[in-house]
Design a protein around this ligand. Structure first.
Ligand code: GNR
Ligand code: NI
Length: 166
């Protein structure tokens, strides 16, 4: 499955949309989740959000260490730490672009799993960053949005250039 690229106009438009809550936990949702997990693994990502494969539902998957992926449906951050953590982020939708991003070090998230069961997780460091990065995707936010405007525009222009050459 191809990952949507922020350097392609129509794909960026999809990545910029706010995703909509899941209302039906049916077989079709299970298929979407399986495709997302496959795509994440195939592309060696530690997370993947549905808009990155062109689906507008509030779903993301995460596996920071190759263990059984966590599936988050309709996630909400219910607590964030005052302390922050800086990590050099990348994004499958922004290939070749990496930058330090400062985010809360710890988050508590409430979501539903693929069976439709509610759960809560407390995450820190890399898992916390990954969860926040993926939740941003569901709100149309990309990690470059946290950079100074000039730097952000430079990166987005670079991506556009790479993609018009193809
Ligand atoms: O694979 C990914 N690595 C990563 C590294 C630092 C911070 C966030 C991420 S998520 C990213 C996969 C992706 O684009 N998910 O949306
Ligand atoms: Ni991403």
């Amino acid at each position: 499955m191809d990952i949507y690229n922020a350097g392609v106009g129509e794909e960026l438009a999809v990545l910029r949309k706010t995703a909509v809550p899941v209302t039906e936990f049916n077989d079709e949702l299970q298929k979407l989740i399986d495709i997302m997990i496959e795509s994440m693994i195939e592309n060696k990502g530690i997370g993947l959000a549905a808009p990155q494969i062109g689906d507008n539902r509030r779903v993301f998957v995460c596996s920071i260490d190759g263990s059984e992926p966590l599936v988050f449906i309709n996630p909400e951050i219910i607590e964030t730490s005052m302390e922050t953590w800086i990590y050099e982020e990348g994004c499958l939708s922004l290939p070749g672009i990496y930058a330090d991003v400062e985010r809360p070090e710890r988050v508590k998230v409430q979501a539903w799993n693929r069976k439709g069961r509610p759960f809560k997780v407390e995450a820190d460091d890399l898992l916390s960053t990954c969860i926040q990065h993926e939740l941003d995707h569901l709100n149309g936010v990309l990690f470059v949005d946290y950079l100074p405007e000039k730097k952000k525009l430079k990166f987005l222009k670079k991506l556009e250039k790479v993609n018009t050459k193809k």
